[in-house]
Design a protein around this ligand. Structure first.
Ligand SMILES: Cc1cc2nc3c(=O)[nH]c(=O)nc-3n(C[C@H](O)[C@H](O)[C@H](O)COP(=O)(O)OP(=O)(O)OC[C@H]3O[C@@H](n4cnc5c(N)ncnc54)[C@H](O)[C@@H]3O)c2cc1C
Ligand code: FES
Length: 509
C-alpha cells in the first residue's frame, strides 16, 4: 500500500467533505474534531457523491436517500445503505494530507458460537436489512431468511421509476446484497411461503408443510397491491406493480402507441404514469383527487407534479369511478359510473396496498390488517414486525407508513432488540419519488399544518418547502435541494423552529 499526497489540511472544509482522487479511486476527506478521516467517496447504497452530503452532529448524511454514517469511524447509522464506509489510511505531514490507495481491512466476521435460531419472513427492504443488521450487531446463531420469491431481495423502488420506463433491464435491478454476502455471513435463504404462525410456541409452517421453530422471528412480509373487484378485472392486461414478476408482465404487454389507463393516483400510480409515458404509451390517469399527492406534499407541489405530468402528455380524468373493465379476452376500455368510457389496451391498478398478514391468524390486527408493534417493533414474546405491515408509535400516534428507508430503519431497530437491546425509532421518516426526470424528497410525517412556505418555484425546480405547526417544522418537501434536505434530515430529529430551519437552508454551502 502506498500513501499519496492528496490535499492540504486547510482545504478540507469544516461543514462538508472534500472529494479527492487516489489512483483513480474517489476518496472523501472529512474532519472528525481535530483529526481527519478518509473514506470511500461514493455512498454504498446507490453511489451518491458523499461530498454533496451534509455534516452535522457527528454524522454524514447522504445527499440522495439520506443514509447516515458516523464521521468518527464511517460506521453505518441509518439505511438505506446497509454497509459502513470503507476507510482509508491517512497521515498528515507538514500540513499535507497523505492517503493510502487501499482501504483498511474490514475485520467484521460473524461469530458462530450461538445455538439460537432467528427467522426472518420476507426478504424485501425490511427483511434483508434486518438480516444484515443481525450479523453486523454480532448475532452468531442460525439465521434463516424466508421469501416466496426465489431470488435475493432487490430494490423494488426501481421498478416503477426505471424498469417499466424501459430504462433499466430487469436483470439490472440491484440486489440488496449479493450471493457472496449471504454465503460469507451464513444467512440461509429459503424460498417458501409462510402459511401459518404459532407465536406462543415459536413455530411457523410453510405451504409445503415444513415446520420451523425459532428463538426470535421478524415478520417483514410487506404489502400486497389492493386488487380491483370489478367485472373484467381478471382480464390478462390488468396489472399491478409490486414485484419483478409484475414488472415483467407489464413490459411483455406494453408497447409504444398503446393506451394505458392507470386507476389511482398513488405514488406508484403516478410514477408508473411517468414511466409508461416515457415508454411511448398514451397515458390516462383515472385519479381520485383533482390534485394528486396533495395529502403528503400539499396543494402547491401536488399541482406542480400534475402540471409536469400534463406537460409530458399524461391525461388526468378526475370524474367518475371505474365500474367495469370492458373486453372479452382482451382489455378494451374502462367503464365509469357516470357512463363514460376510457378506451384502453392495458390497465394498471395503483390504489394502494394491504399488509400481507393473512398467514398470521393468531395475532391481533389493526383495521387495515397491519400488526401493531411497540416502540421497539415488538409484536409478542420472541416476535417482531417491521416495514409495510407494521403500525408503530410516532409522535404520540400509531401510524403505518410505506417508505423504503423507514422499513429498513424499523428492521435495524427490531434486529437490535431481538438481540436484547432496547432501541426505539427516534428519526424523521423520509421518502423520495420520481416524475419525468425529477426526484422529489419528503421528510417528516405532517397530517396537518398551519404554515407553508417555499424557497424557489415548485413549478420550476429547484425548490424547497417547509410545513409548520405552532412554529416548528413538521415536514419538508424539495426537489434538487439535496444538501439542505440532508441537513434537515439530521436537524429535524429534534424540534426545529421555523426561523432556524430557514436560516439553515440559507446557510447551506
Ligand atoms: C414499485 C414501487 C416503488 C416504490 N418506490 C418507493 C420510493 O421511491 N421510495 C420509498 O420510500 N418507497 C417506495 N416504495 C415503497 C417501498 O418499496 C416499501 O415501503 C418497502 O418495500 C417496504 O418494505 P417491506 O420489507 O415491508 O416489504 P417488501 O419490500 O415488499 O418485502 C416483503 C417481502 O415479503 C415477501 N412475502 C410476503 N408474504 C410472504 C409469505 N407469506 N411468505 C414468505 N414471503 C412473503 C414478499 O415476497 C417480499 O419479498 C415503492 C414500492 C413499490 C412497489
Ligand atoms: S445513494 Fe446514499 S442513501 Fe442512496
Amino acid at each position: 500500500m502506498t500513501l499519496h499526497r492528496v490535499a492540504r489540511v486547510a482545504n478540507v472544509p469544516e461543514d462538508r467533505g472534500l472529494e479527492v482522487q487516489v489512483q483513480g479511486s474517489k476518496i472523501l476527506l472529512l474532519r472528525a474534531g481535530e483529526q481527519l478521516r478518509a473514506y470511500q467517496a461514493e455512498c454504498p447504497h446507490a453511489g451518491a457523491p458523499l461530498a454533496d452530503g451534509a455534516v452535522c452532529n457527528g454524522r454524514l448524511t447522504c445527499p440522495w436517500h439520506k443514509a447516515q454514517f458516523r464521521i468518527e469511524d464511517g460506521g453505518l447509522c441509518e439505511p438505506p445503505a446497509l454497509d459502513s464506509l470503507k476507510r482509508y489510511p491517512l497521515e498528515v505531514r507538514d500540513g499535507d494530507i497523505w492517503v493510502g490507495d487501499q482501504p483498511l481491512p474490514d475485520a467484521h466476521t460473524p461469530p458462530s458460537d450461538d445455538s439460537r435460531t432467528f427467522i426472518i419472513i420476507g426478504a424485501g427492504a425490511a427483511g434483508t436489512a434486518a438480516a444484515a443488521a443481525l450479523r453486523e450487531k454480532g448475532f452468531g446463531g442460525r439465521l434463516l431468511l424466508i421469501d416466496r420469491e426465489a431470488e435475493a431481495g432487490y430494490d423494488r423502488t426501481a421498478l416503477s421509476k426505471y424498469v417499466i420506463a424501459g430504462e433499466m433491464p430487469l436483470h439490472d435491478v440491484p440486489p440488496l446484497r449479493d450471493e457472496e454476502f449471504y454465503r460469507e455471513q451464513r444467512i440461509e435463504r429459503l424460498q417458501g411461503e409462510v402459511a401459518s404462525l404459532d407465536a406462543p410456541n415459536r413455530t411457523l409452517r410453510l405451504t409445503d408443510g415444513q415446520s420451523l421453530t425459532y428463538d426470535a422471528a421478524l415478520l417483514a412480509t410487506g404489502g400486497i397491491p389492493t386488487p380491483l373487484t370489478l367485472p373484467g378485472a381478471d382480464l390478462p392486461q390488468v396489472f399491478v406493480l409490486r414485484s419483478k414478476v409484475h414488472a415483467q408482465q407489464i413490459l411483455d404487454s406494453a408497447s409504444a402507441g398503446q393506451r394505458v389507463v392507470i386507476i389511482g393516483d398513488s405514488f406508484i400510480a403516478m410514477e408508473s404514469a411517468s414511466s409508461l409515458r416515457q415508454l411511448g404509451l398514451n397515458v390516462t390517469v383515472l385519479a381520485r383527487h383533482e390534485v394528486p399527492l396533495a395529502k403528503q406534499f400539499g396543494d402547491t407541489v401536488g399541482k406542480a407534479i400534475r402540471a409536469r405530468h400534463e406537460a409530458n402528455g399524461v391525461v388526468f380524468h378526475t370524474q367518475g369511478n371505474a365500474v367495469q373493465i370492458e373486453g372479452t379476452d382482451k382489455v378494451e376500455a374502462v367503464r365509469l359510473d357516470n357512463s363514460q368510457r376510457l378506451p384502453a389496451d392495458l390497465v394498471l391498478v395503483g390504489v394502494g396496498v394491504t399488509p400481507a398478514t393473512d398467514a398470521f391468524t393468531g395475532l391481533a390486527k389493526e383495521q387495515d390488517h397491519s400488526l401493531r408493534v411497540d416502540g421497539g417493533m415488538r409484536v409478542a414474546d420472541g416476535l417482531w414486525a417491521a416495514g409495510d405491515i407494521a403500525t408503530f408509535p410516532l409522535n404520540n400516534q400509531h401510524v403505518r407508513i410505506e417508505h423504503w428507508r423507514l422499513a429498513q430503519q424499523q428492521a435495524r431497530i427490531a434486529a437490535a432488540n431481538m438481540l436484547g437491546g432496547d432501541e426505539h425509532y427516534l428519526d424523521v421518516p423520509f421518502f423520495w419519488t420520481w416524475h419525468f426526470g425529477k426526484t422529489y424528497d419528503y421528510l417528516g410525517h405532517a397530517e396537518a399544518w398551519d404554515e407553508v412556505e417555499f424557497n424557489g418555484d415548485p413549478d420550476d425546480p429547484p425548490f424547497i418547502g417547509l410545513f409548520g405547526k405552532n412554529g416548528v417544522v413538521s415536514a419538508a418537501v424539495a426537489c434538487e435541494m439535496d444538501r439542505a434536505m440532508a441537513m434537515l434530515a439530521e436537524r429535524m430529529k429534534q424540534p426545529l423552529r421555523w426561523e432556524e430551519a430557514w436560516r439553515l437552508i440559507r446557510d447551506v454551502p
